[in-house]
Design a protein around this ligand. Structure first.
Ligand code: C2O
Ligand code: CU
Length: 481
C-alpha cells in the first residue's frame, strides 16, 4: 500500500459519490485500506428525516440525513459537479448549506437570502460545481437544526493531488445533546433564562469557551466510550481531515505518540507546519499528516474549556491494547498551532486590499436573552457590507465581547492577515475576546452572502450580517424559528 502514494486512496473512492461514515461500533471513517465503511447510499438522494441513534447505550431520537450521523460523506473531484436531491421528511422546513464551497448563490442553502427553505414533504435539487479541492462539510442552515444530526463531510479530491500520502481518514467532531437533554431548541431557550456558566473558560481561547456543557462529544457519531477505530499499518503516511461540526464547542486535537504536520486550512493548502496540537473552532477544518507508529493510539479532541472529550483510536497493530479515553495525552499540552504559523501557498495569496472596513462584534444583555451583534445590528435588520465585484477589501473583525467568535463568510474564502508574511486561506476565523483579526476578501462571487458567527447560539441570537454585491438584498434571515 505504500508504493503509490496518493493514488491508492483515490482509487478506493470510486465506489460512489456517497459513502457512509462508520455506522457500526467499530469502523474506519471514509474509505480506508480495510474498506470497512465505504457503503454506497445511492442516487445522490439526501433524505432529512427523524432518526434514532444509539449513544451512551441508549436510543436517542434526532434528525439526520439518511438516518445516519454524520450524514453520508460526499466525495467529488475538484471541478466536478455535486448533484444532491434534498428530500425533506422532517416536520419543519430545512436547507443544506455547503460550508466553505465557493458556490453559486442560489445553491448556498441560506434561507431568506437566495432561496426559501424546503418545506416538509418537498424536495430541492442542489446542483453545483466545486472549484476547489479540500475538506468541507454540509449542514442544515435553519435554526438550531445543525446541532441535531443534520451534518456530513464533503470531500473534494484533487485529480493532481500534490500531497503524498498512503491513506486518509475523515474525522468529524461534534457536541451532542439532542435526545439526551431535550433538543437544541430547548437548550437555546434555557440559555435565555439561566445565568452564564462562568466555569467554561479556556486560556487557549482567551476567555469563555462556550455556553453549554454537552453530555457527549463525538467523533464520526461515536462517543468516547464506544469509539471509532481508524485502522492502518505501521509506517503509513496518513492524512486526517478534521472537521468541527459542533454548535458551541472548540476542540483541542492531538494524536497520542505523534506529531502532526498541518497541511490544509479550511480546505486550502498551506506551507506544512509541524505541531503537537491545535484548537479547531466550529466550522473550521484542518488537514494534517502523520507517519503512524506501530500500536494503538488515542486521537483525542478535548472540548476546550469544558472538560469533556471526543475520542477515537488509530490502530496499526491488531493486538495492541486499546488506549483509554481517560488516558493522558501529553501532546495536548505541547506546541500548539497558531494562525501566525500558517501561510497559504503562493498561488492562493491575495493581493493588497483597496479599502478597509471594521466589523465590531458586540453583545447586549437583555432580560429575554443575549443579543449578539455585528456593528450594532442583529440578524433581523442586519449589518450590510456592500462591495464591488472584483475588489479586494480588508475587514477588521473587532471582538468587543468576553467570548470568542468563529466568524464564517459564505461563498468566499479569505486570507487571514495573521502575520507580515501573509497568513492562511480560510472561510472561518476565530476572533478571540477583545482582539482584532484582519481578513482580506476578494469579491469574485456575486450574491448576497451570509457572514456570521458559527457559534449556533450566537447566530440564532443575532450575530448574522450580509456581504453583498450591488443589488439590494431581499428579505433577510429572521431570528429564532
Ligand atoms: Cu457552516 Cu452559515 O454556515
Ligand atoms: Cu459568536
Amino acid at each position: 500500500m505504500n508504493h503509490a502514494r496518493g493514488i491508492v486512496s483515490r482509487r478506493l473512492f470510486v465506489s460512489g459519490m456517497f459513502a457512509a461514515l462508520g455506522a457500526a461500533p467499530v469502523a474506519a471513517a471514509g474509505a480506508s485500506a480495510s474498506g470497512v465503511a465505504a457503503v454506497a447510499s445511492g442516487g445522490g438522494l439526501l433524505r432529512a428525516r427523524p432518526a434514532t441513534v444509539f449513544l451512551g447505550g441508549r436510543a436517542r431520537s434526532t434528525w439526520a440525513y439518511d438516518g445516519v450521523v454524520p450524514g453520508p460523506t460526499i466525495r467529488v473531484t475538484a471541478g466536478g459537479t455535486v448533484r444532491a436531491r434534498l428530500v425533506n421528511d422532517l416536520p419543519a422546513p430545512t436547507t443544506v448549506h455547503w460550508h466553505g464551497i465557493r458556490i453559486a448563490a442560489d445553491m448556498d442553502g441560506a434561507p431568506g437570502f437566495s432561496q426559501r427553505a424546503t418545506r416538509p414533504g418537498e424536495s430541492f435539487d442542489y446542483v453545483f460545481t466545486v472549484p476547489d479541492a479540500g475538506t468541507y462539510f454540509y449542514h442544515s442552515h435553519v435554526g438550531m437544526q445543525s446541532d441535531r444530526g443534520l451534518y456530513g463531510a464533503l470531500i473534494v479530491t484533487d485529480p493532481h493531488e500534490p500531497l503524498g500520502y498512503d491513506q486518509e481518514f475523515t474525522v468529524v467532531l461534534d457536541d451532542w445533546l439532542d435526545g439526551v437533554k431535550g433538543t437544541p431548541d430547548d437548550a437555546r431557550r434555557r440559555m435565555n433564562t439561566t445565568p452564564h456558566d462562568e466555569s467554561l473558560t479556556s486560556p487557549a481561547l482567551g476567555g469563555t469557551s462556550g455556553h453549554v456543557r454537552y453530555p457527549y462529544y463525538l467523533v464520526n457519531g461515536h462517543t468516547a466510550d464506544e469509539p471509532t477505530t481508524f485502522v492502518s499499518r505501521p509506517g503509513t503516511r496518513a492524512r486526517f481531515r478534521v472537521i468541527n461540526a459542533s454548535a458551541d464547542t472548540a476542540f483541542r486535537v492531538a494524536l497520542g505518540g505523534h506529531r502532526m504536520t498541518v497541511t490544509h486550512t479550511d480546505g486550502f493548502p498551506c506551507d506544512p507546519v509541524t505541531v503537537d496540537t491545535f484548537v479547531i473552532g466550529m466550522g473550521e477544518r484542518y488537514d494534517f499528516v502523520a507517519t503512524l507508529d506501530a500500536g494503538a493510539f488515542p486521537l483525542m479532541a478535548m472540548a476546550e474549556g469544558k472538560g469533556g472529550r471526543a475520542f477515537a483510536v488509530v490502530r496499526t497493530t491488531p493486538g495492541a491494547r486499546r488506549p483509554s479515553p481517560k488516558g493522558k495525552v501529553p501532546e495536548l499540552q505541547r506546541r500548539m498551532l497558531k494562525y501566525q504559523d500558517l501561510q497559504a501557498q503562493r498561488a492562493d495569496q491575495l493581493g493588497p486590499p483597496s479599502r478597509t472596513v471594521t466589523v465590531t462584534l458586540g453583545l447586549r444583555m437583555r432580560r429575554g436573552g443575549n443579543e449578539w451583534m455585528m456593528n450594532g445590528r442583529l440578524a433581523n435588520d442586519p449589518m450590510r457590507l456592500r462591495v464591488d465585484r472584483g475588489e479586494t477589501i480588508r475587514i477588521i473583525l473587532h471582538n468587543d465581547t468576553h467570548m470568542w467568535h468563529p466568524m464564517h463568510l459564505h461563498g468566499h474564502t479569505f486570507q487571514v492577515r495573521a502575520s507580515d508574511r501573509g497568513g492562511p486561506r480560510k472561510d472561518t476565523v476565530n476572533v478571540m475576546p477583545r482582539k482584532r483579526v484582519n481578513i482580506d476578501v476578494h469579491a469574485d462571487n456575486p450574491g448576497e452572502w451570509m457572514f456570521h458567527c458559527h457559534n449556533l447560539y450566537h447566530q440564532e441570537q443575532g450575530m448574522m450580517g450580509v456581504l453583498g454585491y450591488g443589488k439590494a438584498p431581499r428579505r433577510t434571515h429572521g431570528m429564532g424559528h
